[in-house]
Write a protein that binds this ligand. Structure first.
Ligand code: CAA
Length: 261
């Protein structure tokens, strides 16, 4: 395992990579060095043939309190624009393997945006989501105005983004921002996320990859193109051994043994 300064990468199970953001003194503020380590760990997980899903988490107090305000406070427009500031944040959205965010405490600004870049969000009852950028004289810069609007609808997204107020775990669940709130207790949300990751990792890798790609397409394209894309991907899976195995196993009343081919 690679050694990092601002994150911890581990494998709680041979099929699952767990990445823990680890800048406790700054509530996991997402500095550039932290992001470079995160991108490295994600690339490793993507390459690891045993790994079928990734869990991304923070601490009990904070998933992440946003982009590092101290690091960016003196940036001028020319530098932000010229160097395409925050472009190093998007690698996680290119992952083929599913990424599950396990959120406890603050997921604010870039922290909320990072969670929303993941495929599934599980929340602890302590989770607090929000886009407080308006209080800093800026707007969300890593997808918040787009993904939050997608998740909550226009009126709620507007209220949250224009006021900077937080969303409780319960509201996040009610409004569909997270898939569920887990039971109270330290480490509970990470445990649940690892279980979920193990379940996903036990499926055929090709169909998981295709399913993720197809769901994401519904995000990015209109319904007509999305349905067309889904149909083609669906048809293409009939070229895989996993499809033959999965369907034969069902007909023979046994558990499928996927070979990811
Ligand atoms: N960047 C840099 N440092 C941060 C930080 C951030 N986003 N969030 C917290 N910290 C630091 C604090 O400065 C403090 O450091 P010191 O001990 O050196 O003073 C330490 O973490 C602990 O924070 P607090 O003392 O503030 O802790 P708290 O419990 O009193 O408050 C909080 C918690 C409400 C989350 C508060 O820290 C806070 O409001 N943080 C900023 C949240 C924010 O505005 N996020 C958006 C950032 S902009 C962005 O993300 C842009 C984008 O779209 C990509």
């Amino acid at each position: 395992e690679a050694q990092y300064e601002f994150i911890i990468a581990s494998k709680p199970n041979p099929t699952v990579t767990l990445i823990t953001l680890n800048r406790p003194k700054a509530l996991n503020a997402l500095s550039s060095p932290l992001f470079h380590e995160l991108n490295h760990a994600l690339a490793q997980a993507e390459l690891d043939k045993d790994v079928g899903a990734v869990v991304l988490t923070g601490s009990e107090k904070a998933f992440a309190a946003g982009a590092d305000i101290k690091e960016m406070k003196d940036i001028e427009f020319a530098e932000a624009y010229g160097n395409n500031f925050l472009s190093h944040w998007t690698q996680i959205t290119e992952m083929k393997k599913p990424v599950i965010a396990a959120v406890s405490g603050y997921a604010l600004g870039g922290g909320c945006e990072l969670a929303m870049m993941c495929d599934i969000i599980l929340a602890s009852p302590t989770a607090k989501f929000g886009q407080p950028e308006i209080n800093l004289g800026i707007i969300p810069g890593a997808g918040g105005t787009q993904r939050l609007t997608h998740a909550l609808g226009k009126s709620r997204a507007m209220e949250i983004i224009l006021t900077g107020k937080n969303i409780s775990a319960l509201d996040a669940e009610k409004w569909g921002l997270v898939s569920r709130v887990v039971a109270e207790g330290e480490g509970e949300v990470v445990k649940e996320a690892i279980e979920l990751a193990k379940t996903i990792a036990s499926k055929g890798r090709l169909s998981v990859m295709a399913a993720k790609e197809s769901v994401n397409t519904s995000y990015e394209l209109g319904l007509r193109e999305g349905l067309h894309f889904e149909r083609r991907l669906f048809q293409s899976l009939f070229a895989t051994k996993d499809q033959k195995e999965g369907m034969s196993a069902f007909a023979e009343k046994r558990k499928a043994a996927f070979t990811n081919q």
